[in-house]
Ligand binder design. Structure first.
Ligand SMILES: Cc1ncc(COP(=O)(O)O)c(C=O)c1O
Length: 446
């Protein structure tokens, strides 16, 4: 690997001058300049290799040759829009549908997770004729205006003067570790679903009506939260009774990451089927594309509005060729199976680490979606935010990329490419072990 291109300092200077200052960079005091990547590894301008535990977009591995080839070949042949017939579009829609419950049969292809969720809201509004949306505490659903409104993760960062939009209602995050109802509660699924029911009742009292409940199938930015089984079924029942629809945001957690199932909402059981599913990030392995899948009924209602839906880039032949290649690689390389096996190995190792480090309060995960919550006190659950930052900075020194998230930024978040190996898991856990030992010594000295 050669050190071609600008000197790192020049890249930093130009970035400061020309890129919006709210576009944050990892490790701002010493950012990393990545010039190449392959599989689960990224390389800086000096050829230094980093183990990537965070890039869930590079789902089947960075720069997977099959995906690159599919995109390049189609780009050299034809790229146009969905106003022309093309086999890639329909074959891809058919392949995606085959991964989903039967009633989710109609696709809209778009370009980003935000576009997908914005369209999902439009579908819900049009289908139900209602306006109000229930979202979860700490949720993030995208960066466009309609989604900032329903993303407490973001709107809580605004100044005190900013008010929650009247049509938005925030339900407690179904977090059984730190949330309102915890593991010691006899029925967390019902308790959290009843909170949603209470919100619906209050909305009705105000003369308003519910259009949708939206949630990630597993909350990611919200702190790697795994909702109790049965929660979505009960929420869906309350929401449907109120005339609304259930939107499952699979932008981060879909496409086999959770190991035992292809879609994370399926972890709730086969008796749960959302009305709308949104997909993004891993869908194109880094190529900007995304999708909304819904039922025939919802799609027909959207059509009945009389307005055409046209998207210049969504569903173009290149994106569809890439999407098909991603599905092929997941299957060919059994990446869903790998997520299950390596994820289990990783959580086992982390579980053993928890026995030795009191700073680790909770380990939770499904497949290669894993959270490690750091706390200063296992009873009070005092978030160990600074310690989590310390861990990720020290890991960076060891050339391992991990991030911390959640409302207290104290949850170490594993979401690596699905080609992550058991050896990669061994390495990162070994390093965390060493760092935690050092951190504890460091803290007791402080
Ligand atoms: C759960 C979830 N939904 C939606 C989005 C928005 O996706 P995008 O950044 O592609 O617009 C994100 C992005 O982080 C996300 O995590």
């Amino acid at each position: 690997m050669s050190a071609e291109g600008l000197e790192k300092k020049k890249t930093i200077d130009l970035r400061k001058k020309h890129i919006g200052p709210s576009c944050k960079i990892f490790f701002s005091h010493d950012p990393i300049k990545i010039v190449q990547a392959k599989g689960q590894y990224m390389y800086d301008e000096n050829g230094q290799r980093y183990l990537d535990c965070i890039n869930n977009v590079a789902h089947v591995g960075h720069c997977h040759p099959d995906v690159v080839k599919a995109g390049a070949e189609q780009m050299g042949f034809l790229n146009t829009n969905t106003r022309f017939l093309h086999d890639n579009l329909v074959l891809y829609a058919q392949r995606l549908q085959a991964t989903l419950p039967e009633k989710l049969s109609v696709c809209y292809f778009v370009n980003s997770g935000s576009e997908a969720n914005d369209l999902a809201l439009r579908l819900a509004w049009q289908y139900t004729g209602n306006k109000d949306v229930i979202t979860l505490e700490n949720a993030y659903h995208g960066h466009v205006s309609s989604l900032i409104d329903i993303s407490p993760y973001k709107f809580h960062q605004l100044s005190a003067a900013a008010e929650q939009n009247l049509f938005v209602h925030v339900a407690p995050s179904p977090d059984v570790y730190r949330g309102k109802y915890r593991v010691d509660h006899p029925d967390t699924a019902t308790a959290y679903a009843d909170e949603v029911k209470d919100i619906i009742d209050n909305v009705h009292k105000k003369g308003r009506k519910i259009a949708a409940f939206i949630a990630e199938s597993l909350q990611s930015c919200g702190g790697q939260v795994i909702p109790p089984v049965g929660y979505f079924q009960q929420v869906a029942e309350h929401v449907h009774k109120a005339g609304g629809v259930f939107i499952a945001d699979e932008v981060q957690v879909g496409f086999g990451r959770v190991g035992s199932r292809f879609w994370a909402f399926q972890l709730q059981g086969d008796d749960f089927v959302p009305d709308i599913v949104t997909m993004g990030k891993p869908i194109g392995n880094g190529h900007p594309m995304s999708c909304v899948v819904t039922t025939r009924e919802v799609a027909e209602a959207f059509m009945a509005s009389g307005m055409e839906y046209f998207n210049t880039f969504g569903g173009n032949p290149v994106s569809c060729a890439i999407g098909l290649a991603v599905l092929d690689v997941i299957e060919k390389e059994d990446l869903q199976g790998n997520a299950l096996r390596v994820g289990q190995h990783l959580t086992n190792l982390l579980g053993k680490l928890k026995e030795r480090h009191s700073l680790i309060g909770d380990i939770r995960g499904c497949g290669l979606f894993v959270g490690v919550e750091l706390v200063k006190d296992r009873v009070k659950l005092t978030p160990a935010t600074a310690e989590a930052q310390e861990v990720i900075y020290r890991l960076k020194e060891q050339h391992i990329l991990l991030s911390a998230d959640g409302p207290h930024r104290n949850v170490l978040k594993f979401k690596p490419p699905l080609c992550f190996t058991a050896q990669d898991a061994d390495l990162v856990v070994e390093k965390i072990d060493l760092i935690l030992t050092g951190t504890l010594v460091f803290m007791s000295r402080a």
